[in-house]
Design a protein around this ligand. Structure first.
Ligand SMILES: [Ca+2]
Ligand SMILES: [Ca+2]
Length: 233
């Protein structure tokens, strides 16, 4: 990363924030901490009382992580300027449009920016041997590793409750709840059809609607198990 990109990152950090959605990271267990081998605990929820903590969306993250030893890390401003495989995403080509993207299979990509530590590469874990890609699981928790050139590995895979990061239970995708309103009923049929016919399925849609092979995509083969799921009490 050159100096131009880094200084642009500072500008984004200074001006982002007012439009952020409130954090949807779990605060009950709480599962809101990741571990950095060189930098200690990082809190994904409580920036500015939770109003500027990390919000996990369908295809992007936004908000701030707080590292007790390293200060703020910005994972995106919530206004991505690009499109990746039919999903809104941060371009991550320079410091003007950066942040963490979420692919339909749940893997995390792109960059966060730490005010004191520079870029955090969420593709880093996928390049490790063996590969341990940063990812959000259908259970709503993060797993894998991110890499910061100045902070080393950031571990999202600690198994102990209270020592990993998860979204709130209300944001965890439910089987066949394709409009993600927390219940499965006839309203989910239109949402399923739209994603099946028009594309644009997010990781949450895949978790809810990808019920038959081939995995990772919605195809007509997913229709019968989807209908069966809707009809099952
Ligand atoms: Ca529903
Ligand atoms: Ca499928």
């Amino acid at each position: 990363m050159n100096r131009t990109i880094i200084s642009a990152g500072f500008v984004a950090l200074a001006t982002a924030g007012a439009l952020l959605a409130a954090s949807n990271i779990d605060n009950t267990v709480p599962n809101k901490f990741s571990w950095g081998e060189n930098v200690g605990w990082m809190n994904w929820r409580d920036a500015n009382g939770g109003t500027q903590g990390v919000n996990v969306g369908g295809s992007i993250m936004e908000g701030y992580i707080w590292g007790e030893n390293i200060g703020w890390i910005n994972v995106g401003d919530g206004t991505p300027g690009s499109v990746c495989s039919g999903l809104a995403c941060y371009a991550n080509a320079n410091g003007t449009d950066f942040g963490v993207n979420i692919s339909a299979n749940g893997t995390l990509h792109g960059y966060g920016w730490g005010e004191n530590v520079g870029w955090i590469n969420f593709d880093g874990g996928a390049m490790a041997t063996p590969a341990q890609p940063a990812k959000i699981l259908c259970s709503g928790r993060l797993t894998g590793y991110a890499w910061g050139e100045n902070v080393g590995w950031i571990n999202l895979s600690v198994l102990t409750p209270g020592q990993f990061v998860s979204v709130v239970s209300s944001f965890v995708p439910l089987l066949c709840d394709m409009n993600h309103d927390g219940v499965k009923n006839g309203l989910d049929i239109q949402a399923f059809e739209n994603k099946l016919l028009l594309g644009g399925a997010t990781w949450r849609d895949i978790c809810s609607g990808d019920l038959a092979p081939p995995p990772g995509v919605l195809t007509p083969a997913d229709v019968p198990p989807f209908v069966a799921c809707l009809l099952t009490p």
